[in-house]
Design a protein around this ligand. Structure first.
Ligand SMILES: [Fe+2]
Length: 289
């Protein structure tokens, strides 16, 4: 891990291939040697079960394999940030079946964005809004799933530690909203990084998914939504511009079993190309101490 410590700040995506590691237990051994505070995914944005209880190792996503996941930083929407991501491939997707992980440097995105769009986000920030139904009314992205507990007070305590505005309706559904700057200083270099999830959490992302297609639901009932920090709508053409620039700068990465991919979460965004068949990528997250 000394190599990662010395090099990640200059090379924000490092791939280790050919390690004597293949299984989740092997990955657990690796993660136990990683310095830094392990980050919980409680309060996160997608269904992400833990592989082993309290291991700090998660399945990356249980989202439907047919669709591609938008490029994003991990957990850029709350008060605390994940600095490093450790992805480990237990099952590589078969050749020709998709499942690549696209990667893009945040600085490359920033240099291609319309300066006026950047100026507006710098001035206003990003407001994130979340709807987490109770499990009695939904089996998708419930607050019980996202906070790994059935205890409402426990879930609320975690949510309040991450987000400014947390509230419930009379059906035990949780909502939160939080405003973050669109830029965040890198913990090592101090550089102001374009670090936000304005697009991944925008409702249009969900509207494009098969499970939401044809549905007519109010904006506040999508799992996530984003606005400018003052609560005003982000223009559709701006969302389109942000997505187009992100994807145009991205490079694809094809997994091989046993790969360990380490990302500087502040400097690099990642996503997922839809796939067919088997694919199992595990994740461990840390914060710099
Ligand atoms: Fe992710």
């Amino acid at each position: 891990m000394d190599y990662v410590k010395e090099n990640l700040v200059y090379n924000p995506a490092i791939l280790f291939r050919g390690l004597p590691a293949e299984t989740a237990d092997d990955f657990l051994t690796i993660t136990q040697a990683i310095p830094g505070k392990a980050m919980s995914y409680a309060g996160g944005g997608v269904p992400r079960p833990q592989v082993l209880q309290k291991s700090g190792i998660y399945y990356t996503s249980t989202e439907d394999e047919v669709y591609s996941i938008d490029l994003h930083h991990e957990m850029a929407y709350g008060k605390s940030y994940t600095s490093k991501l450790f992805f480990f491939c237990v099952q590589e997707p078969a050749d020709g079946c998709g499942g690549e992980t696209p990667l893009v440097k945040s600085s490359d995105i920033l240099s291609d964005l319309d300066p006026e769009v950047v100026r507006k986000f710098k001035e206003k920030g990003v407001k994130y809004a979340r709807y987490l139904p109770d499990k009695s009314s939904s089996d998708y992205m419930t607050w019980q799933q996202q906070y790994y507990t059935n205890n409402r007070e426990e879930a609320e305590t975690i949510a309040r530690s991450l987000f400014d505005n947390v509230y419930w309706d009379d059906k035990d559904n949780m909502y939160w909203s939080h405003v973050n700057p669109a830029f965040h200083p890198h913990p090592k270099t101090g550089e102001k990084i374009w670090f936000n999830q304005a697009t991944t959490h925008h409702r249009t992302y969900y509207k494009s998914l098969p499970s939401f297609s044809g549905t007519d639901i109010p904006d506040d009932k999508y799992p996530t939504n984003t606005y400018y920090g003052d609560g005003s709508e982000i223009e559709p053409e701006v969302i389109q511009h942000l997505r187009a620039v992100s994807w145009s700068c991205a490079v694809g990465f094809r997994w091989r079993k046993g790969d360990l991919l380490v990302l500087d979460n502040m400097a690099v965004r990642h996503g997922r190309i839809g796939f067919k068949g088997e694919r199992e990528i595990l994740l461990h997250m840390t914060a710099d101490t």
